[in-house]
Design a protein around this ligand. Structure first.
Ligand code: DGL
Length: 271
């Protein structure tokens, strides 16, 4: 059973998680808080950030390198904590590695399709939106939902620069989402793992009147029986190792702003 890797205490091997940068930490937060008995290894591929405007071939190549790195660390399963990589590389990773692989799109699309919402918007990187993976899965499960797709390419650099609460963030949100606001959508799918870092700004922009779906939360909810939350103060019992392919200092500086656990040691690796 796939979900055993999150629930079992017998297999003490870590769960591997990767993203192009900081965004996957939002998925790690959700998973580590739902499954505090598990150990995790996080890899941020900062040397290749951003994935969201790369070619399909390059996204697959980078994603496979990350997955292979984690496999060599003897993880018991891998979470692709990146919607862009989930859109293009999920099948390839699943077919080339003989361990359980989880993407962040399917659980989120399933949870959207089960909601009572009528008109939703999916926001994501240029390549995630172009792939139409969210749209196709949601429509295949619930053809009545009306869906709008909006690519927001500047959201990732905003987050990676630590500007999520700045006035620039609000201007950029308005630039991308003003048409959506006029359409009165009732649900917003954060189709990029960096976007939960903009959650407060996004909620405020929609006057707190919109249901928001986060891909990491949807994955954690899918595999947890009850949602267990641990506080930022007593979190250091969850064992997490951090690796990046570039700029460890930057990862610590910005990652610590929203990581549920204090990030101290980050190892630089070449893939
Ligand atoms: N966080 C990633 C995602 O969920 C991608 C960001 C990027 O590298 O463009 O799509």
């Amino acid at each position: 059973m796939l979900n055993n890797i999150f629930r079992t205490d017998q297999d003490q091997r870590p769960i591997g998680i990767f993203d192009s940068g900081l965004g996957g930490l939002t998925v790690l937060n959700d998973l580590a808080q739902s499954f505090p008995n598990q150990h995790f290894i996080y890899l941020g591929d900062l040397a290749n950030l951003p994935y969201g405007n790369k070619s399909k071939d390059n996204i697959i190549k980078c994603s496979l390198s990350c997955a292979n790195f984690l496999k060599e660390k003897n993880v018991k399963g891998i979470v692709i904590a990146c919607n862009t990589a989930s859109s293009y590389a999920y099948e390839q990773i699943k077919n080339s590695l003989s361990i359980p692989i989880f993407d962040v799109i399917r659980p989120c699309a399933e949870s959207v399709s089960k909601s009572n919402l009528k008109k939703i918007a999916i926001i994501g990187t240029e390549k995630t939106i172009e792939s139409n993976v969210y749209y196709n899965i949601i429509k295949s499960l619930n053809e009545k939902i009306q869906i709008y797709n909006v690519a927001c390419p500047l959201f990732v650099p905003l987050v990676e620069e630590g500007l999520e609460s700045s006035s620039i963030a609000y201007s950029i949100i308005d630039m991308y989402l003003k048409n959506l606001k006029k359409l009165n959508v009732d649900g917003l799918v954060l189709g990029c793992t960096h976007y939960p870092i903009l959650l407060d700004a996004l909620k405020k922009y929609f006057n707190n009147s919109i249901s928001v779906f986060k891909s990491g939360q949807a994955l954690a909810d899918k595999f947890s029986i009850t949602s267990r939350k641990i506080n930022k103060t007593n979190n250091n019992s969850v064992q997490i190792k951090y690796y990046v392919t570039d700029l460890p200092g930057r990862f610590i500086k910005y990652g610590n702003k929203f990581s549920f656990q204090t990030i101290k040691d980050v190892q630089l690796v070449k893939l």
